[in-house]
Design a protein around this ligand. Structure first.
Ligand SMILES: [Zn+2]
Ligand SMILES: [Zn+2]
Length: 136
């Protein structure tokens, strides 16, 4: 879908800034930090402007925001409607996306035991990537 049309479909007014940021998030297969987004922009934008755009996107559900325990920077991900988990290196902060989920049975069990309607879950796995292991 065209970026402009996609923004419209989510009820977001199209601006140059919003189009540029969505383009970057869509073309990245890894979640990005705000600094990585800024580095990829070819138009001048300060961090507070980028934050505001990301807040709007998150509120409208066009992206998801993940706040890792460590490193402290949040990452932003285009909402591809694929359920996935993140594997985060605690040394360099690199984030891999893991597709597939082992928690469906567990969710059903929790629903049964608590009478909740389970809507979603989020899971981040932390570790040390092979490159960082070689530097230990
Ligand atoms: Zn690493
Ligand atoms: Zn899952």
């Amino acid at each position: 879908m065209e970026i402009k049309e996609e923004l419209k479909a989510y009820g977001i007014k199209s601006t140059k800034q919003r189009e540029a940021i969505l383009e970057i998030l869509k073309s990245s297969h890894l979640p990005l930090t705000i600094n990585q987004i800024r580095d990829r922009l070819d138009i001048e934008m300060d961090l507070s402007t980028i934050y505001r755009v990301l807040d709007v996107f998150e509120a409208k559900g066009i992206i998801t925001k993940t706040v890792p325990l460590e490193p402290a920077q949040s990452v932003y991900d285009y909402q591809r409607h694929i359920h996935k988990h993140h594997l985060i290196c605690t040394q360099c902060g690199k984030i891999l996306v893991i597709e597939g989920c082992p928690l469906h049975d567990y969710e059903e069990k929790v629903a049964k035991n608590t009478n909740y309607i389970i809507q979603r879950h989020q899971l981040e796995i932390y570790g040390i990537c092979p490159e960082c292991q070689s530097k230990l």
